[in-house]
Design a protein around this ligand. Structure first.
Ligand SMILES: NC(=O)c1ccc[n+]([C@@H]2O[C@H](COP(=O)([O-])OP(=O)(O)OC[C@H]3O[C@@H](n4cnc5c(N)ncnc54)[C@H](O)[C@@H]3O)[C@@H](O)[C@H]2O)c1
Length: 331
């Protein structure tokens, strides 16, 4: 069986890598994206519908036009700091529009849903490795918006039989190994692209927020997961949902290994062979010292084994992408 998949937010960073993976698997997904943060040229040889997942009449029309086996929902805003300043924007886009989408799915009997969740739902870690049983106590509106949707999904499953999987990403990073697709956020807030932009000369330095954490080198430790490994987990989950082997589950997607901000920047220096000037700043409120996943469940249930997620590989792929952006003046 070849599942018919709609990828919402498919013109964004992670969504576009997912679309690429689906195409490689022989699928012909339909992408819905309002291009508020996405890039039309990140999705090639695929139907791109420019529109909003909160547009009830558009969604109804799309689900009436043809049947779908699964919706993959990548569309949301995802900047923690901005969510603190403007929570309404986050609850509107990430929660209210998702409700519109889910209601249309139920009405049109679209059976499966894959949701991009986040480690931000956990809040401050209570133990060194975070498993799925860790209490969910998000500390910002972004994390709360993701946790609200996860809770809603449980209710939609129980009441309407919607099957779903939530994938809680830790720090997504990297790019297509062939250098043809990568990260392009505006503004960029992620450490690896920021460091590599400093390496390529697109910015003069990279900021390090806090050097006095209780970690070996004093900087925060995060779990970096390659975007192609994320796509692989979605693919495995899609297969399980479509075969009805799985009904409602949430999975952490991380490697179980953390790297500090200083280690990441050092790797960016090694891989690029360039100097990366630093600006040392104070801690940012709400940044836990260490955020590392226990990803055992995804391994056991989905048979998922990240294969690209060592730091030099992630940075190598991201550097190839950065050089391409600079060479093509796509900046
Ligand atoms: N990047 C990370 O490290 C990370 C970590 C954890 C979770 N996530 C989650 O993964 C998902 C994808 O993240 P990303 O980094 O690819 O983000 P992104 O901003 O690159 O992609 C999101 C895409 O969704 C689109 N979009 C936003 N709202 C929309 C709407 N209402 N209707 C239609 N399209 C809409 C945007 O135009 C964009 O193309 C997000 O839900 C994010 O919260 C990302």
């Amino acid at each position: 069986m070849t599942p018919r998949v709609m990828v919402i937010g498919g013109a964004g960073y992670i969504g576009s890598h997912m679309v690429r993976r689906l195409q490689r698997e022989g699928l012909n997904p339909v992408v819905l994206d309002n291009l508020i943060c996405g890039h039309a040229d990140a999705v090639k040889d695929v139907e791109l519908i420019i529109g909003d997942c909160g547009d009830a009449s558009l969604i109804q029309a799309l689900f009436t036009e043809r049947p779908y086996d699964c919706v993959m929902h990548f569309a949301s805003f995802s900047q923690v700091g901005e969510s603190m300043l403007d929570p309404s924007r986050y609850y509107e886009n990430n929660v209210a529009r998702t409700i519109t989408l889910l209601n249309a799915m139920v009405r049109h009997a679209v059976p499966n849903f894959i949701f991009s969740s986040s480690a931000a739902i956990y809040g401050h870690p209570q133990r060194p490795l975070i498993d799925e049983q860790h209490p969910c106590m998000p500390i910002n509106p972004y994390g709360r918006s993701k946790w609200m949707v996860e809770q809603m999904l449980e209710d939609y499953h129980r009441a309407y039989g919607l099957r779903y999987g939530c994938l809680r990403y830790f720090n997504a990073a990297g790019a297509e190994p062939d250098g043809t697709l990568g990260e392009c956020h505006e503004p960029e807030t992620h450490l690896i692209p920021l460091a590599l932009q400093a390496a390529s000369g697109r910015r003069h330095a990279v900021k390090v927020f806090g050097t006095d954490y209780d970690t070996p080198d004093g900087t925060c430790i995060r779990d970096y997961i390659h975007v192609c490994d994320l796509a692989d987990a979605h693919w495995r989950l899609l297969e399980k949902l479509c075969r009805r082997e799985l009904h409602n589950m949430s999975f952490n997607l991380g490697t179980g290994k953390g790297d500090s901000v200083k280690q990441v920047i050092e790797t960016c220096r090694d891989v690029s062979g360039r100097d990366i000037p630093l600006i040392i700043e104070g801690r940012r409120p709400g940044d836990p010292a260490v955020l590392v996943a226990d990803g055992t469940m995804a391994k056991h249930v989905l048979g998922w084994h990240p294969s690209f997620s060592d730091l030099p590989t992630i940075v190598g792929h991201a550097w190839a992408w950065e050089k391409k952006l600079v060479a093509h003046h796509v900046i």
